[in-house]
Design a protein around this ligand. Structure first.
Ligand code: C2O
Ligand code: CU
Ligand code: CU
Length: 524
């Protein structure tokens, strides 16, 4: 009840003024009680004390080693725990929640076709620094997991419990990511650091950059207080915009590169910030992959819109710059984001030497031509469903006028059905990166036009911008059961822009089919 009653109060006065709602007597009382959702021990770090960009060296997260492997399966163990790590130069260490105590968590690399079992132990303090109970649910975003292993928001693992997640890895190779998905606290858990990359293979024997030239870039923003601690301020559950940009957990790092091509796997792990990425040189980047793996053909672009949870794989060729050159990855900014001086910067590449290895230094003109989803045609769809993402005065963030209800299912495609889903925003004030669990989809159109070149690959999140209607097509399967669909602005998701669909009938129950168990855990 508390949550429902609080909702009206969550709209700020500024918001109400914009909507012309102040003066409506019935609404005055809740507005007077408005409290900003903000938690911190200290004050926001003043902009004069925010560290300048390009001071700290770049690093990639470590790769997690399995605890054991057998003929079919690799077994991994991860403990979610609080840790103190240096992030802001000149400030005390920052408390984070990390998979194995680091953020981003360790990168999990697996081979396509080999099963992975990932034991997730909830070793978090039982009450978070923001005052809520630290239950967790681990979602492997981009994976066609069975419902009970999909990080369903209500499938909660309490501190002192663990859950073994089983992943078949039977899809096309891609960069996925694992992140928290606990009901109503996804944003805070992810903000504290519970996110990491999960990569299936280096794939397809193509001569594209590999090994140390294949680098994940997990990008997010954050707000720090004067004690160097993460400050959570979501402006009455609207959005959180930080003034510090972290790449792989470090503020605006500098990466030394050789004069050759690199493959960067970019993930936007921000709660609410979207970026328009471009190079400071103005040179185009070559996009070779989207959320669900390599695209059919590479696409050149000068900049691209990068929504929360999207992944883009980009090849940058540093051979065209002399040793000593500095090339910055910039954020040109997008509507309805709050910008700060330094949020126009993401990171810096410093061309430090000639190439020490020139193998796998190409981008073939054909990359991944036979993806099933990219072959789908609108004429194959047996129905179209419309999903409208909106803000409601009384409910908060809604999909088709409703908020999350674990007992309601809003779409029931049969196993194997091909459907067109139409996502709509009807406001110039919000954008919503829309994510569908279980399936990969192909974007058919945006406001009646072809998708951007860099979106012509298999996706699981689509940027639904201001006043946009985006049509996507997907085949529903290969598993039965209930799966979520939501906005990947995690503040919106938590309050409560999320619903679910059910594929077929008789699928496993996401909450009861594989419940978490109390520690101590037997050996894997
Ligand atoms: Cu990346 Cu339902 O989440
Ligand atoms: Cu997902
Ligand atoms: Cu949203």
């Amino acid at each position: 009840m508390e949550r429902k009653a609080g909702r009206i109060g969550r709209m700020s006065r500024k918001d109400a003024l914009k909507l012309g709602l102040l003066g409506s007597a019935a609404l005055m009382l809740p507005l007077e009680r408005t409290a900003r959702a903000e938690w911190s021990s200290g004050d926001r770090l003043p902009s004069s004390q925010v560290p300048p960009p390009f001071q700290v060296p770049f690093a990639a997260p470590p790769v997690l080693q399995p605890v054991r492997s057998d003929d079919t399966t690799d077994y991994f163990e991860v403990t979610m725990r609080s840790a103190r790590v240096p992030i802001v130069p000149g400030r005390p260490d920052t408390e984070i929640y990390g998979y194995n105590g680091i953020s981003p968590g360790p990168t999990i690399r697996v081979a396509r076709g080999r099963r992975a079992v990932v034991r997730q132990i909830n070793g978090l303090p039982s009450v978070s620094r923001f005052g809520y109970k630290t239950t967790t649910s681990v979602h492997l975003h981009g994976n066609q997991s069975a419902p009970q292993f999909d990080g369903y928001a209500e499938d909660l693992t309490a501190p002192g419990y663990y859950k073994d997640y089983v992943y078949p890895n039977d899809q096309d190779e891609r960069m996925l990511w694992y992140h928290d998905h606990a009901i109503h606290h996804t944003a805070q858990n992810a903000y504290m650091g519970l996110a990491g990359a999960y990569i299936t293979d280096e794939q397809l024997a193509l001569p594209i950059p590999k090994g140390r030239y294949d680098v994940p870039l997990v990008i997010r923003d954050a707000i720090f207080d004067t004690e160097g601690q993460l400050l959570y301020s979501d402006d009455d559950h609207k959005s959180l915009y930080g003034d510090v940009v972290l790449v792989n957990g470090r503020p605006w790092p500098v990466m030394k590169v050789e004069r050759r091509k690199y493959r960067f796997r970019l993930l936007n792990a921000s709660l609410s910030r979207s970026y328009r990425l471009a190079l400071s040189t103005g040179d185009p980047m070559t996009v070779i992959g989207t959320d669900a793996g390599l695209m059919p053909t590479p696409q050149q672009t000068g900049s691209f819109r990068f929504g929360m949870a999207e992944r883009y794989e980009v090849v940058i060729d540093f051979a065209k710059y002399p040793v000593g050159a500095k090339v910055d990855l910039k954020n040109l900014g997008l509507p309805n984001n709050e910008n700060y001086t330094s949020t126009q910067n993401v990171m810096r590449f410093e061309v430090a030497s000639e190439a020490t290895d020139t193998s796998s230094n190409e981008v073939p003109s054909e990359l991944n031509p036979n993806m099933e989803v990219m072959g789908l045609k609108a004429s194959q769809a047996i129905r179209t469903r419309t999903w409208t993402f909106d803000r409601s005065w009384s409910l908060g963030w809604t999909i088709n006028g409703k908020i999350w209800d674990k007992n309601r299912v809003d779409a029931r495609p049969a196993l194997g059905d091909i459907e067109i889903w139409e996502f709509r925003t009807r406001s110039s004030r919000w954008f919503h990166p829309v994510h569908v669990h279980l399936v990969d989809f192909k974007i058919l159109s945006r406001n009646g036009n072809a998708p951007f070149g860099y979106e012509r690959g298999s996706k699981d999140v689509v940027y639904v911008g201001e006043d946009e209607t985006v049509r996507v097509i997907a085949k529903f399967g290969p598993r039965k059961g209930k799966y979520m669909i939501h906005c990947h602005n995690l503040v919106h998701e938590d309050h409560d822009m999320m619903t679910q669909f059910e594929v077929g009938t008789g699928g496993p129950d996401p909450v009861t089919a594989a419940p978490p168990k109390a520690l101590p855990a037997p050996p894997l």
